[in-house]
Write a protein that binds this ligand. Structure first.
Ligand code: AMP
Length: 378
């Protein structure tokens, strides 16, 4: 039986082999834990820095059982494990966050229903399961709107922007017959996020609200802290706390939000795991999002999510990102992180860099460009 807090040398099972698992495993190692990775990939970023790896499909019961038997607690860097897989894992070892939390975040309709029931605002939305329902939803929400698959979408995949009635047929053709959700388009002033940890004892630690800039639907820059009015910041932080309480979360959660032109904060989506918009915390905080994730699932005390510097994080994406790596190493003041991926496919997150500024000295847009030096245009 697993005892909490996990003692030194215990083994944490992490589902998913990507960079989030890699950085979680590095944080776990610093706290004296071993990580065992479950992934489909050989030579994955997480397995390269971990104690053990099981290479298997996420739904094979024999592998899931062997993986669970070999670890003390199970967590995730990738949340799309089947319901049966989650039930099997949780019948053998504690799963943190709980399977119920993962199920909510796997499905955009479950997620929005949960958020709205918890009193948290989202963009207006409607479930769409037929062409007629798409027409009805457009009549109700108006255009522009965004049509999304309810499951397995990320980085803009599985979604279509609807600007005029002529766009409906092509979008329906491309995305159906999967279950869909139509969202009213939010003409946002900014995109922000809060990464928040919650321990088994209910204690909570939230990092400062940050601003996220996307390029081709993929996160490009995170600015910490977000340059927003104090009232907007308070609203974002209050939403993050409300969501982790309502989920009864043990672990880490990222809440992605839009700030509209009136300053209203709407939740776009939640992810119960470390998040790309929290990578800056490795370099700008005494305890990073990855350390808080590991501490929360291990039952260790949560330190405050304190920030000792302002920061800009830039993703290195695909072949263009890798082409910038020598410059990232050569530029004084850029803190480089590379994820160990063999192939720089287009759109793939290969690494990131962080630049720190004294607290309160985060520059404006021109200053950020200057601070990124040769990476500014990348
Ligand atoms: P998602 O996959 O839901 O995180 O969406 C990816 C990106 O698409 C977001 O970060 C936004 O930039 C944009 N987006 C998604 N949904 C909406 C929406 N309802 N209104 C405006 N922009 C959106």
């Amino acid at each position: 039986m697993t005892r909490f807090p996990l003692p030194p040398n215990a083994t944490i099972g992490l589902v998913g082999g990507g960079q989030l698992g890699r950085m979680s495993a590095l944080a776990a190692a610093r706290l004296g834990y071993r990580c065992h990775i479950l992934t489909r990939e050989t030579d994955s970023p997480a397995a390269q820095v971990s104690h053990a790896v099981t290479i298997s499909d996420y739904s094979d019961p024999v592998s899931l059982r062997a993986f669970a038997d070999a670890v003390d607690v199970i967590s995730f860097e990738f949340e799309n494990v089947s319901a049966e897989g989650l039930d099997l894992l949780s019948s053998i070892r504690p799963v943190r966050p709980a399977p119920s939390v993962l199920r909510i975040s796997q499905d955009r309709i479950d997620e929005k229903t949960f958020l709205n029931n918890a009193g948290v605002a989202t963009a207006p939305w409607a479930a769409v399961t037929s062409r007629q329902e798409l027409d009805d939803a457009v009549a109700r929400l108006g255009l522009p709107a965004v049509l999304k698959t309810t499951r397995l979408g990320y980085d803009g995949k599985g979604q279509a922007m609807l600007r005029s009635p002529e766009d409906l047929d092509a979008a329906w053709e491309r995305l159906s017959p999967r279950p869909l959700v139509l969202e009213g388009f939010v003409d946002f002033a900014r995109e922000i996020s809060v990464v928040i940890a919650r321990g088994a004892d209910g204690s909570v630690a939230a990092f400062d609200t940050v601003e996220n800039r996307h390029r081709h639907h993929i996160l490009d820059l995170t600015l910490a802290p977000a340059r927003i009015a104090p009232s907007v910041d308070q609203a974002a932080q209050a939403i993050a706390r409300r969501v982790v309480e309502a989920l009864d979360l043990i672990g880490l959660l990222a809440v992605e939000m839009f700030v509209d032109n009136a300053g209203k904060v709407l939740v776009n989506e939640i992810a119960p795991r470390p998040h790309n918009s929290g990578h800056w915390t490795i370099d700008a905080c005494p305890a990073s999002q990855f350390e808080l994730h590991i501490r929360a699932i291990a039952g260790l005390p949560l330190p405050p999510a304190r920030r000792h510097a302002d920061a800009v994080m830039k993703n290195l994406i695909g072949p263009e990102g890798m082409a910038l790596w020598p410059a990232a190493l050569a530029e004084p003041g850029l803190i480089p992180h590379l994820y160990g991926k063999a192939e720089a496919l287009p759109g793939r997150k290969m690494g990131h860099v962080t630049r720190l500024f004294p607290r309160g000295a985060l520059p404006g847009d021109f200053g950020i460009e200057a601070a990124l030096g040769p990476l500014a245009e990348g």
